[in-house]
Write a protein that binds this ligand. Structure first.
Ligand SMILES: [Zn+2]
Length: 344
């Protein structure tokens, strides 16, 4: 994947008192290639979003648009440009994935840009999460809200660069998929992946498709916003934890993973195993059963409105064969990759 530079098509400022929108010129302080001025439709689109968001974000916030995203933030210009670049890279990776699997995008309404809101300060981020999205974000770096279809994140202040995610899904109005303790680039890519996969129809809000598929796929794109990061790259730490859980008999059963639209437990250790297992499984299927995997995602998408736990299992077995056999093959591949990566 080549380096993709997000072109800042337009920058818009929010005025402070009236809530009205004032357009400023393109941001030329950021090192981006020369670009065409924003088209009328870009301008109209951004204005519409700012009208909408102007009511909920602090008035000093600035909106910046790239090809596929609108980022509203109080980030320094270079940080905002960096975040947009990472979002665009993630979008490129997911476009490539959709092509590879022959999954065309669903048709869009007039406004095609995806919206992100970013905060420089942790406290402002947490306040916004609590007041606007009714989310306790004290343990998060970012989240995606399916209903409002926006990602919200903060610039990581405490760079406790844990390289794994602990996530929590809530149901109902305030449903979010969230990231914690992640380097910001990983969080941005993970949450953007949810948003992009949602647009692709692979992930639907409030429906009964398997959470393991949604999370496994989002994790698959986490590294795409980082230089040289490829989708579906092996994550050795996760794979080692999966191997340990298999040995200890604590890995979630495949029959549960493919059926459930939510987490199986609220215990933090179990949640971590759920995410590790989700990614390991998705990576295994995509690597060793590519055509079946593509068919499976198409079916999940086509049947999204009528899925159930039972139907989820039927679809899975229809594509991959008996669950016990798939589970054996998956565990075997984890044990083998463990042998390759661990010193003996
Ligand atoms: Zn997630």
């Amino acid at each position: 994947m080549g380096v993709v530079v997000a072109s800042l098509a337009a920058v818009f400022c929010l005025t402070t008192s009236s809530g009205q929108v004032a357009a400023s010129g393109p941001a030329d302080r950021v090192a981006v290639p020369p670009q065409a001025p924003p088209s009328d439709s870009d301008t109209a689109t951004a204005r519409r979003w700012i009208d909408r968001l102007g009511r909920i974000v602090p008035t000093r916030f600035v909106a910046r648009a790239s090809e596929r995203f609108l980022l509203v933030s109080d980030l320094h210009e270079a940080d905002a440009a960096d975040a947009l670049q990472r979002l665009e890279r993630t979008a490129n990776a997911i476009e490539g994935f959709a092509r590879e699997l022959d999954l065309p995008e669903r048709t869009q309404k007039e406004d095609a840009r995806l919206v992100g809101i970013a905060f420089r300060e942790r406290r402002a981020f947490e306040r916004f999460a609590s007041e606007e999205d009714r989310v306790d974000a004290s343990w998060m770096v970012g989240y995606w809200v399916p209903g409002a279809d926006r990602i919200v994140f903060r610039r990581e202040g405490n760079a406790v660069a844990a390289t794994r995610a602990l996530h929590m899904e809530r149901t109902g109005e305030g449903a979010v998929l969230a990231s914690t303790s992640e380097p910001i680039a990983v969080t941005v890519a993970h949450e953007a992946a949810h948003q992009l996969l949602h647009r692709l129809g692979v992930q639907r809000r409030g429906l009964r498709s398997p959470l393991a598929v949604a999370e496994g796929l989002a994790i698959a794109f986490e590294r795409c916003a980082i230089d040289g990061g490829e989708p579906f790259a092996i994550q050795p730490e996760r794979e080692e934890r999966v191997a340990d859980a298999i040995a200890a008999g604590t890995l979630p059963a495949l029959s549960a993973l493919v059926a459930t639209p939510r987490l199986l437990s609220t215990d933090p250790g179990a949640i971590e195993r759920f995410y590790d297992a989700s990614y390991s499984l998705i990576r295994h299927l995509r690597t060793s059963r590519f055509d079946d995997f593509a068919e499976y995602l198409r079916l999940l998408r086509d049947e999204a409105a009528t899925l159930s736990g039972r139907r989820n299992k039927e679809l899975f077995e229809g594509c991959f064969g008996p669950i016990e056999k798939v589970e054996q093959a998956w565990h075997r591949s984890v044990r083998q990759s463990g042998k390759r990566t661990r010193p003996t």
